[in-house]
Structure formats: C-alpha cells, structure tokens
Design a binder for this molecule. Structure first.
Ligand code: KIV
Length: 433
C-alpha cells in the first residue's frame, strides 16, 4: 500500500459538487484516510478574471502504482467534464494532482514526484498541513507545517469554505437495496414519501417509511420555484446530503433534475454527484427514450428508479399537469415504457398521474415494483410529497393527495400565540416603567 497525497481543485460550475464527486471516484482506488477542509482560494498563474478556486487535499492508501493512479485521475477528470485539450490554466470543473506517493521520487515525461511546485503554493500547503502537518516529503528536510510557516508568497489568505463529507450512504447500501428488492415478491406494500431536509428525513426514517425520495418537488415545497424545472444539480446534491444525515434504514433515492441526463454520459456524471452526496439510487423521468441512460447507470453500478406517466419536468411543454393513459394507444405506450425500463434494470418505477387501470396493468407486467402517485390503489407501493401529506404547503395540493395533518395551520397558530406574547411583554413593560 502506498500513501498518496492528492490535491483537488475546481473553479468552474458547481465547484463543491465536483470535489464531492472526485472524492467518490478517488475512494474507488483505495481507502481515503484523511480529508482536509475545502478552501476558497485566489487563482494562481491564471487569467486576471479567472473565477475563484475551491481546493482541498486528501490522503489515499492504494495498492496501485503511481502511473496507474495518475491514469485514474485523468479518467476522473474527463468523467467530470474536463476537456482533454483546453487553453493553459483556463477554468476547469476539476483538477486532480498527485502531490506525493509515499517515499517515491520520480521524474518521467508526465509525472514528477513529489509534485515540483507543492512547496510554493499556499492553496496546497495549507490543506496538506491540516491533515499531515508532520510529514517530511522525500527530498525535503522540514515537515509540511514548517514549509507552510516559512512560505513567502503573495497569495491572499485562504477562506475555509466547506467540509468534504465521505459518503455515509455507502454503509449499508447493499442491505437497503436487498430489503427493498424483496418487498414486491413478498407482497409487502411499499410506503414512500419525499424529504428535502434532515428533520423530515429522520422522522420518516424513524417511523418506518420504506423509501425516502429526495424529489425535485422540493423545488416548489422547499425552494419556492414555480415547478421542478428550475432545480439544479447543486441544489439536489445539497438536499441529498442533508437527507442522508437523517436516513439510516430506508432506501434513499434522489431525483436527477431537469436536463441533467440528456445523454448517457451526462446522466452518469450527474448521478455520480448525487450518489456521492449519499443517495442509494437515482430517479429519472422517461421511458423507452431513457433506456440508454438507465443502462449506462446500471453498468456503472448505480441503481435507477424510473418515472413514467405525468412527468413534472415536462410541465412547461405540456402546458399543465395532465393525466396519462386515457386512450388504448396511450395505455400501450405506457406499458411499453415500463417494460423497457424493467428490462434495462430499473429497481422500481414511479407511475404518476395515470389512469388507475393502466397502472394496475403496468404493475402486473413488470418484475420491479411500481410506486403510484395519483395512479390508483393497484401499485406495489404509494408515494406522496410529504408537504402535501402533512399540510405544510397550503398554497397548492394536488387533488389526489389527502392531507393528514395541518402543519401550516399549526405554524400560523404558534406564530400568533408567540406574537401576542411578545406584544404583551412590551405593553406590560411600558406600563410598569
Ligand atoms: O419530485 C417528486 O417529489 C416526485 C414524486 C412526486 C414522485 O418525483
């Protein structure tokens, strides 16, 4: 095993998600033994208007030789959208460098170890000193912390920006998938709800919900957008991380948002970001037309949930939320969609806004479980947006969603009670004064 110091940087797109995705990829090469905080840093040797970087350093224990690790880093960079050819030091979604590989000293065409400039860069030395302050690198006589203290550089101070969280979701993922997979054949109805935050997720998990979906409906019920179309991958990753902290038992699925899975390659890089954020599986909307995406994800070991019928991400094109499967042709197309997703390896299919009889037929036709929403009772499971179930979003609720609570009413009551109390203090205060 060799201890590799790896520097991570990003100054293009959703920088933090890129670092998280890279962390997930690096974890496949061995064991990640230490991860520094993420710093926001000024670009060095870049154009004057170059965007700020996020930088971090991690240590990886791997059986692979340096050349193989280097090759994997280039693969990861390509997977995260870094073109092979680009102008020197132009903004990039991800930059991965080997800083050191144990005691190895190496100088080949493409790889010099230790990295020849690491001791001149605050954006490398600071995070490295956070995780390995006493490390003396081959060819140096003083430890990393001293290199940092003695550094004479005009880089501005680094700002601590975030933490890179190793994927807690990996632990127990196989068990959660196996428990879920056994439910349909055991005839156990599958209870599913959505969550976008830690307390909701934890309450659902503690109360026996089988599948928790970080649905892009959070765009409306958490973020206040008019529909799901505006939700970004970064927002989904952020909420997926929050939900992950509250879920240990249920299967946790995260939605791939609008236009993040137009091609199989794009679906893969988007899904990797959600998986790294802690999802057990991802969900995408579409049937036969999304089979290449589903296959690409399955080949990469990413479990996929399909979603057919009324597709919320198409609401603008369709001019509203319309029930599906009303004609024999439409019903046959839905059954064909479901069969194609099932054959491609989907672990479940959401049937939304669909004639109940068609949903029942789909459920009989496929091996994987169906999860209905506004699709009648004859599905293997049912899902609701939790805000609709508990009455937390009083401005809109779909007709099929029965509210079983009045969270909005209770908030209003509590606010009035508190408000009256505060005003009462003030009146009392001025009276006594
Ligand atoms: O985003 C969501 O909440 C969903 C459910 C309605 C299935 O996709």
């Amino acid at each position: 095993m060799t201890a590799y110091g790896i520097a991570l940087g990003s100054n293009l797109g959703d920088r933090l998600s890129h670092l998280h995705a890279a962390l997930g990829g690096l974890a496949q090469l061995g064991t990640v033994t230490a991860v520094s905080p993420v710093y926001q840093t000024a670009p060095v040797d870049c154009a004057e208007d170059a965007p700020l970087f996020l930088n971090a350093v991690l240590e990886l224990s791997s059986p692979l030789p340096p050349e193989a690790v280097m090759e994997k880093l280039r693969e990861l960079e390509r997977g995260l959208g870094r073109p092979e050819r680009r102008p020197w030091n132009s903004p990039r979604p991800i930059d991965l460098d080997i800083l050191y590989a144990g005691d190895t000293v190496l100088e080949t065409g493409g790889l010099t170890l230790p990295h020849p400039r690491l001791h001149q860069r605050r954006f490398v030395l600071q995070p490295l000193a956070d995780i390995r302050p006493r490390l003396v690198l081959p060819g140096f006589t003083v430890p990393v912390r001293r290199l940092l203290d003695d550094l004479d550089s005009n880089e501005p101070p680094l700002t601590r920006f975030a933490k890179l969280e190793p994927t807690a979701g990996l632990v127990g993922r196989d068990d959660r998938l196996a428990t879920f997979a056994a439910m349909k054949s055991a005839g156990r109805p599958i209870v599913c709800l959505t969550a976008g935050d830690y307390p909701t997720a934890r309450l659902l998990d503690e109360n026996g919900v089988d599948l928790i979906l970080v649905g892009d409906s959070l765009g409306m019920v958490v973020l206040g957008y008019p529909d799901t179309v505006e939700v970004t991958l970064a927002e989904m990753a952020h909420h997926t991380r929050a939900v992950r902290r509250g879920v240990s038992r249920a299967l946790m699925v995260a939605d791939l948002p609008f236009e993040t899975y137009l091609t199989p390659a794009q679906a893969l890089s988007s899904a990797q970001i959600l998986m790294q954020a802690g999802a057990d599986a991802v969900k995408l909307e579409g049937g036969v037309n999304k089979v290449p995406q589903v296959r690409a994800l399955r080949e990469a070991g990413i479990p996929v949930v399909g979603h057919i019928g009324m597709l919320p991400q198409q609401v603008r094109d369709e001019g509203g939320y319309k029930k599906k499967g009303k004609t024999p042709d439409a019903a046959a197309a839905l059954i064909a969609d479901a069969a194609a997703l099932d054959d491609a390896g989907a672990i479940a299919i959401v049937l939304e806004g669909m004639v109940a009889q068609v949903a029942a037929e789909v459920t009989k036709a496929v091996k994987c479980p169906t999860i209905g929403i506004g699709a009648g009772p004859d599905c293997d499971g049912q899902i609701l947006v939790t805000a609709d179930l508990v009455g937390a979003f009083p401005w809109f609720r779909p007709p099929f969603a029965q509210a079983r609570g009045d969270v909005a009413g209770q908030i209003r009551q509590a606010v009035h009670a508190f408000s009256e109390e505060v005003k009462g203090f003030r009146v009392q205060g001025s009276g006594n004064g």
